[in-house]
Design a protein around this ligand. Structure first.
Ligand SMILES: Nc1ncnc2c1ncn2[C@@H]1O[C@H](COP(=O)(O)OP(=O)(O)OP(=O)(O)O)[C@@H](O)[C@H]1O
Ligand SMILES: [Mg+2]
Length: 423
């Protein structure tokens, strides 16, 4: 009897021990996983570094401007800003590949794909890894980096691609890291991000002085024909132009539709675009920044707060955008809270842009927001309707002068009118 009891106890004790060991193993493997994620290898960086595409049109002036800035200044801070898929990374790669840049930064030009370095800690690790600095266990990586930069004083170029990722996560720490790097005169940086301004308080030179614009129609046609490998586009040139204009000549969208054109006739592509819009702009089944326009846009829209998403939807609803927006926006949406902050966020994330004092949105973004997101905008219709009713009443001057004033708003007015009729 006693023996049986003893064996049951021993068995239970053993079971508990086994269970505890299993639990400890689980905890340790969790710790190991977290720790492993913090180690960025050269392969991780290489895998996330895009190649330089040979099909590259319409950016000669911007590349030349970037090269001059990087080569002619002892220390340069160049910001390449603009919407998703507009071609920022491609421009950065072509600048760093230019002969003069290669000569100046022969031994020390480093590409940092910040998409895989999403916070200050990992960004620092990525830089340490790229610079091949060895930091032993317990040693400060900052100190090691500073020691390295004190000794290695040849010109160094850091290309910080997709910088919005770490910047949005840790702006304060990232700014401090940038400040430390910038305190070494030999360090120049190209930052490439979706945004309106370079990060923090360094004096960034904006390439092209504003955001990177879409391609011209001519360059867009060249890209389309090179990628689609359609030699004879002459008969189909109107169809091609229609598609490219509908895509607002955004390079990512052109690239994806041109790849589809290799196998689908243009007529059916145009039909597909008109029916499925941005869904057409996808390559294969993988969702990625470079394989799906929707995915690329979603990278920016998912950062928005509800009132910012709503404002973006209203802007996308208005075909003319918001003309004379500094004056008109708050009157068009009277009663809306934090409009200033919301419009600023949309501009900062390059989801909308301001041209000739009008807030506009690129076609792929509009189509994504209107067709995929389906944000309810009914709250905006009444103030918009009242705004235009009052505005039309107060128009003055000759008939021609009034027509000139109405022209930039005409499609907005029609759309609101139709919306009210239908709802
Ligand atoms: N000037 C160009 N000529 C031809 N193709 C281009 C051009 N610019 C960009 N592309 C193509 O368009 C796609 C998107 O370009 P890129 O990755 O440079 O955009 P991005 O602005 O960096 O986007 P993201 O904001 O997502 O990082 C790529 O496939 C690229 O090869
Ligand atoms: Mg990019």
């Amino acid at each position: 009897m006693f023996n049986t009891k003893a064996s049951v106890y021993t068995w239970r004790a053993n079971q508990k021990l086994l269970q505890d060991t299993e639990n400890i193993k689980k905890i340790l493997s969790g710790i190991a996983k977290t720790h492993d994620q913090l180690i960025i290898t050269d392969d991780d960086l290489e895998r996330a570094t895009p190649g330089v595409s040979s099909i590259f049109c319409g950016r000669d002036a911007l590349v030349a401007e970037g090269v001059t800035c990087i080569v002619n200044n002892n220390q340069a801070f160049l910001a390449i800003l603009g919407a998703g898929g507009i071609g920022k990374t491609s421009i950065a790669l072509h600048i760093s590949n230019a002969a003069e840049v290669k000569t100046k930064y022969a031994k020390a030009s480093y590409f940092l794909p910040c998409e895989v370095l999403p916070d200050a800690k990992l960004l620092l690790q990525g830089i340490i890894q790229r610079l091949d600095i060895r930091a032993g266990e317990g040693e400060s990586q900052y100190k090691k980096l500073e020691e390295h930069l004190r000794v290695n004083i040849q010109p160094m170029l850091l290309i910080l691609d997709n910088f919005e990722t770490p910047w949005n996560n840790n702006p304060v720490e990232i700014e401090s890291l940038l400040g430390k790097l910038a305190s070494f005169d030999q360090v120049s940086m190209i930052v490439r991000m979706r945004g309106l301004n370079g990060p923090g308080s360094l004096r960034w030179k904006k390439l092209g002085s504003e955001s990177i614009p879409p391609l011209t129609l001519d360059s867009a046609k060249k890209v389309f024909s090179a990628i689609s490998q359609k030699q004879d586009l002459e008969q189909e040139k109107h169809g091609v132009a229609t598609i490219l204009i509908e895509l607002d000549c955004v390079p990512l969208a052109i690239t994806l539709i041109a790849k589809r054109a290799r196998t689908s006739p243009l007529k059916s592509l145009l039909k597909m675009w008109q029916e499925g819009k941005t869904k057409t702009l996808k390559q294969g089944n993988t969702d990625g920044r470079l394989t799906s326009v929707n995915f690329s846009i979603e990278l920016s829209t998912r950062l928005l707060k509800p009132q910012e998403t709503e404002l973006l939807a209203v802007i996308c609803f208005l075909p003319d955008g918001v003309p004379d927006w500094v004056e008109n926006l708050s009157e068009m949406l009277t009663g809306w809270e934090q409009l200033d902050q919301s419009i600023n966020t949309l501009l900062e994330n390059s989801l909308v842009y301001s041209k000739n004092e009008t807030i506009k949105v690129l076609a792929p973004i509009r189509e994504y927001v209107c067709r995929i997101q389906h944000t309810d905008i009914t709250r905006a219709i009444t103030p918009l309707g009242s705004f235009y009713a009052t505005w039309l009443k107060h128009l003055s001057g000759t008939e021609q002068a009034q027509q000139n004033q109405i022209q930039p708003h005409i499609m907005n007015i029609t759309k609101i009118f139709i919306f009210n009729q239908e709802n």
